[in-house]
Design a protein around this ligand. Sequence first.
Ligand code: NAI
Length: 480
Amino acid sequence: MVKICCLGAGYVGGPTMAVIALKCPDIEVVVVDIFEPRIIAWNSDHLPIYEPGLDDVVKQCRGKNLFFSKDVEKHVAEADIVFVSVNTPTKTQGLGAGKAADLAYWESAARMIADVSRTDKIVVEKSTVPVKTAEAIEKILTHNSKGINFQILSNPEFLAEGTAIQDLFNPDRVLIGGRETPEGKKAIQALKDVYAHWVPVERIICTNLWSAELSKLAANAFLAQRISSVNAMSALCEATGADVSQVSHAIGKDTRIGPKFLNASVGFGGSCFQKDILNLVYICECNGLPEVATYWKQVVQVNEYQKTRFVNRMVSSMFNTVSGKKIAILGFAFKKDTGDTRETPAIGVCQGLLGDKAILSIYDPQVSQEQIQRDLSMHKSELDRPPRLQPASPTAMKQVTCVWDAYEAAKGAHGICILTEWDEFKTLDYQKIYDDMQKPAFVFDGRNVVDVDKLRQIGFIVYTIGKPLDAWLKDMPAVA
Ligand code: NAI
């Protein structure tokens, strides 16, 4: 029986390995993590991450051929294939701080693998890493190997949180990069055999190591760039009376452009897009390509601009001050169907409103009060972060409450601000909400989920990103 061990039981390691175990009953999969509470949660009825369909997959194979353990060294030593799916955040200190990927977790994982291995192994980069990382990892492994043969493969993950199980069951492609030597090709084939249990072989792309590593950064840069492009267009729509949804629909019909990832919003979030673009920017700078670096940096800067623009629009619409006014924040996760708040635009928007002394009542169906409080008071190492979107002070945090119901959040509020596109926000009883609010009652929709005409008929003053402004908002233009 082939044995797989995965280092890192996070948003990628957990779901990816659960699906491999489900689809490959002849393979034993052990997911290990140095953070014990996560392992305890994976072995309980309350998995550490929320992802539609994940519970079912885990229940079907946990205890059969899927195991979660904190015994990292034992399972690495026993494995034929070791996936490394540890976190690779942006460096906060030292050379490249604020841009470069912090590979400390990766390096310590590689040293540990070299240390405990007694048999040949395939080591798979699952984490997103800078191009050429495999070379460094190879050096660490071979210089500490005691004669053991390690083959390094790059197998970046393209799943999206919220649809991870669907994406893993039916991936657009699986990418495997490896050395072009006979041993390298053999390792590629071994990993290909794993995926071929359920992925059609024509969707398994094999490349050299550097192409695979760079393709992941390139994919995230292209996806984020589409969002920043449509968001930049949304500002122009508001200034001219065009409707960004109509523009997106019209341009998306062009098969060269395509319809996906053209929804204007308050901005992208999640642990990957910003981190990976900043990493790309750093790599370009290190390779003497400042023009290419500037091009990609702008994608992140437009994202910051969009958040600031949104906050400014809210404040200016509400008579240029939100001081002492209750604002209901609906949604805090960076997208629907996840409880993940890493880099969620809600952080910047809430911090901006708190900076203007608003009183926030926050509701998200999947995010805990502790998480929200941690996020709002956290210092971040973001690139060129505007001074307005800075961490909330302890005094400001007293103005934040978290509630478990959208109606409760909106009770007595001056405005509602939608920051995550949870389906339930489309079907709320907005008449009931309106009746319980201060007047004039405002809705600021950062995800374009509400029926604008219906809400305006009820009496709300509605702002949705990139849509024609009503008379009220036209009189109060927001400049970021
Ligand atoms: P995460 O933070 O949820 O999980 C990483 C886990 O690795 C943590 O639980 C941590 O305790 C553990 N860890 C760190 N060092 C370890 C070690 N030496 N041994 C064992 N465990 C160790 O991170 P996430 O979101 O799963 O991301 C992992 C990687 O995958 C990152 O490089 C990320 O960029 C990439 N990625 C993430 C995607 C996402 O949607 N979250 C999608 C595609 C790639």
